[in-house]
Design a protein around this ligand. Structure first.
Ligand code: HEM
Length: 243
């Protein structure tokens, strides 16, 4: 029964995540950018834009220039999340590739860094008056959800161990349509339910800034209006219209 519920839930959530995320990315791509508005100083060439984007998504360059504290907590959280997710690939790949084997110990340290980063980001929403004023319930909810996922993961790792071999069999079973039982451990069920929630909420939430940053005109445009006339790309048929 538990296996059927969670197997069905993971199929449904994966489908929803993929379809809703692709639709959202399509909307971003189809939204007209009628003006040249790169934030200056901006690169003059397409290669320069690619390098700027790379710096933006790897070291959060503009955030670094804007605010060192938010940068510190934000960057630590995102790098830690990436390492945690890489560590999790062991549940979905058989055999486990060497880089994923090597990242395992780092992934555990990253879990603490992820929690520290999230606590820092959350504290700022209470302690900085200006930020508290613009904080909405969804900001708290996303932070709480991510913190609860990391917390339940750490609880599983240190206090309420689950049978990770069976967990892996369950997820490989989902991939190969050969269902295997899911262990009925409370911490695991909490962890997976929170992950399902994240998958469902992601394409409708502020977490869309992850794909969104690539479509930001102030970041993805070259400052070349003195070299060539700027002609906005033609409007796509399905481009969102202003009401
Ligand atoms: C379907 C997806 C997922 C599965 C099957 C899963 C499963 C697990 C399991 C079994 C553990 C315990 C590991 C152990 O005892 O050694 C764990 C730990 C953890 N999980 Fe997940 N998890 C999933 C998604 C996520 C996501 C999306 C995040 C973060 C947003 C996350 C964050 C963590 C953290 C921080 C830990 C503790 C450190 C570690 O052992 O890796 N998990 N997870």
């Amino acid at each position: 029964m538990l296996t059927t519920i969670y197997a069905t839930a993971f199929y449904a959530a994966s489908l929803l995540l993929a379809v809703a995320l692709l639709r959202r990315i399509w909307l971003y791509a189809a939204t007209p950018a009628p003006l040249k508005i790169p934030t200056t100083p901006a690169p003059l060439t397409k290669g320069g834009v690619a390098f700027r984007m790379l710096r933006e998504v790897t070291v959060f360059e503009s955030l670094f220039k804007a605010n060192k504290w938010i940068w510190l907590f934000g960057w630590v959280f995102h790098v830690a999340l990436a390492l945690v997710l890489l560590r999790h690939l062991r549940y979905f790949l058989q055999p486990v590739p060497l880089p994923i084997v090597l990242v395992q110990p780092l992934g555990v340290l990253a879990a603490y860094a992820m929690v520290a980063g999230l606590i820092g980001l959350w504290a700022r929403r209470f302690l900085v008056e200006r930020i508290r004023y613009i904080t909405r319930p969804s900001d708290h909810l996303m932070l709480a959800l991510l913190l609860a996922i990391a917390g339940s993961g750490l609880v599983m790792k240190y206090f309420a161990r689950t049978d990770i071999v069976s967990v892996k069999e369950f997820f490989l079973g989902l991939i190969y349509f050969d269902w295997r039982p899911l262990p009925a451990d409370p911490a695991l069920i909490v962890h997976l339910t929170l992950v399902l929630t994240l998958m469902v909420v992601f394409p409708f939430s502020k977490l869309l800034h992850a794909p969104g940053v690539f479509f930001s005109p102030s970041r993805n445009q070259a400052d070349d209006t003195r070299e060539r006339r700027y002609v906005p790309p033609p409007r796509l048929e399905s481009a969102p219209r202003r009401s």
